[in-house]
Write a protein that binds this ligand. Sequence first.
Ligand SMILES: C[S@@+](CC[C@H](N)C(=O)[O-])C[C@H]1O[C@@H](n2cnc3c(N)ncnc32)[C@H](O)[C@@H]1O
Length: 202
Amino acid sequence: MGVEGKQELLKKLELGLVPDDEIIKLIRIELEKRLQWGYKSTYEEQIAQLLNLTHSLRHMNIAMEVDSLDSQIYEVPIDFLKIMNGSTLKLSCCYFQDDSTTLDEAEIAMLDLYCERAQIKDGHSVLDLGCGQGALTFYVAQNYKNSRVTAVTNSVSQKQYIEQESRRRNLSNVEVLLADITTHEMADTYDRILVVELFEVN
Ligand SMILES: C[S@@+](CC[C@H](N)C(=O)[O-])C[C@H]1O[C@@H](n2cnc3c(N)ncnc32)[C@H](O)[C@@H]1O
């Protein structure tokens, strides 16, 4: 689909003119493309793909189009996010193990997988870069009670929400930094740094 076609489609999506079954078809096409891009048929191609990815990640900016993104997306009211998301308000991918998995279960399954893959241990200091509404921050802080979690966001409303929720949940092991990580110099070091869907292009 060309750029004009995409713009036309986005306009229709915003106006609610694309039926759900069409949206599902489009999502499947995009996922198929993503799988073809990420998973190669031979070992050599797969290694080359991973090395390329590693190389490009080392050279790209951590976050892009900072100004235009934030005001539009990351200051939306919490009541709206509660309608759109599952119970953890995760603003990123979830793990649906099968067709019967609910959104709430898929959010938790993904959070669990991050911790398993990052081999987080109770007592670790953890940095959650680009923390959103704190889905991962709260998951780590609640499941690893002796850990300290530092959440970083450039959104005022996200910081306020996480601080308010931390008080409500009686969590004293959460700290939130309001910072633009493209320029911010971190003073501390951490046992684990988790970055979930912060690499974005407008
Ligand atoms: C797609 S959301 C993902 C949120 C969270 N990791 C999750 O999975 O729910 C991206 C997050 O990165 C933050 N972010 C984007 N650019 C940033 C920047 N330059 N500095 C700090 N945070 C940034 C946004 O405010 C938002 O919290």
